[in-house]
Ligand binder design. Structure first.
Ligand code: GAR
Length: 193
C-alpha cells in the first residue's frame, strides 16, 4: 500500500479535500494508495477533528516542546516514518523545514502555496498580491526543495483579483481552487509511483 502522510497546522481544508477525493475516486483501487495519517504541529488544529471524522489516524508533534528546529524535525520524521510514507503532503503546514528533513523526503515531499510561484513566496501572499496591483492570483502545488517555496511546479490555478477584494475574499477564492488542484496533482503523482 502506498501511504500518504499529510501534515497540517490549522483548519485542514486541503487535507479534507484530499481525503474526500481519495474516498470518492477510490485511490485504494486506482493507485493502491491510502491516507495513512494526519500529523499536526499544533494540538489545537481544527483539521485534527476533521481527519478523525474521516477515520484517519492523527498525531500531534507540538513544536513548542522542542528547543531547536533540528530536534522538532527529527521527532517529526520519526513519527512520519512509522507510517512508511510514499508521499508526504504539506497542507497548510506552517513550519520552515530543515534541509536535513527536506533531503530525507526528497522526491516524496510536496506543498501547496497560496500564490502563483515564483511570485509571493512566504507569508501574507494575498495582501501582497492586492498591494502589487495584480490582476490575477492563485495557488501552486510544488515539490519541496531546501529553498522555501521554490521547488519544481506540479500544478497551478489562476483566479481573478476583483475590485474591492480584501485578503480574505481573495484567499477564499484561491482556496476553492486549491481544493481542486491539490488532490488532482497528488493523484497524478501516485500514478507514476
Ligand atoms: C492554504 O491556503 C495553503 O495554501 C496555505 O495555508 C492555507 C491552509 O489552509 N499554505 C501556506 O501558506 C504555506 N506556506 P487549510 O489548513 O484549510 O488547508
Amino acid at each position: 500500500m502506498k501511504n500518504i502522510v499529510i501534515l497540517i497546522s490549522g483548519s485542514g481544508s486541503n487535507m479534507a479535500a484530499i481525503v474526500r477525493t481519495a474516498q470518492r475516486d477510490n485511490w485504494r483501487k486506482a493507485f493502491g494508495a491510502q491516507v495513512a495519517a494526519v500529523i499536526s504541529n499544533r494540538p489545537d488544529a481544527a483539521g485534527l477533528a476533521l481527519a478523525r471524522e474521516h477515520l484517519i489516524a492523527t498525531e500531534v508533534v507540538d513544536h513548542k516542546r522542542f528547543a531547536t528546529r533540528d530536534a522538532f524535525d527529527a521527532e517529526l520524521a520519526t513519527v512520519i516514518d512509522r507510517r512508511q510514507p510514499t508521499l508526504v503532503v504539506l497542507a497548510g503546514f506552517m513550519r520552515i523545514l530543515t534541509p536535513a528533513f527536506v533531503a530525507r523526503y526528497e522526491g516524496r515531499l510536496v506543498n501547496i502555496h497560496p500564490s502563483l510561484l515564483p511570485a509571493f513566496a512566504g507569508l501574507d501572499t494575498h495582501q501582497r498580491a492586492i498591494d502589487a496591483g495584480c490582476k490575477v492570483a492563485g495557488a501552486t502545488v510544488h515539490r519541496v526543495t531546501p529553498a522555501l517555496d521554490h521547488g519544481p511546479i506540479l500544478a497551478q490555478a489562476v483566479v481573478p483579483v476583483l475590485a474591492g477584494d480584501t485578503a480574505q475574499t481573495l484567499a477564499e477564492r484561491v482556496l476553492t481552487q486549491e481544493h481542486l488542484i491539490y488532490p488532482r496533482a497528488i493523484a497524478a503523482l501516485l500514478q507514476g509511483l
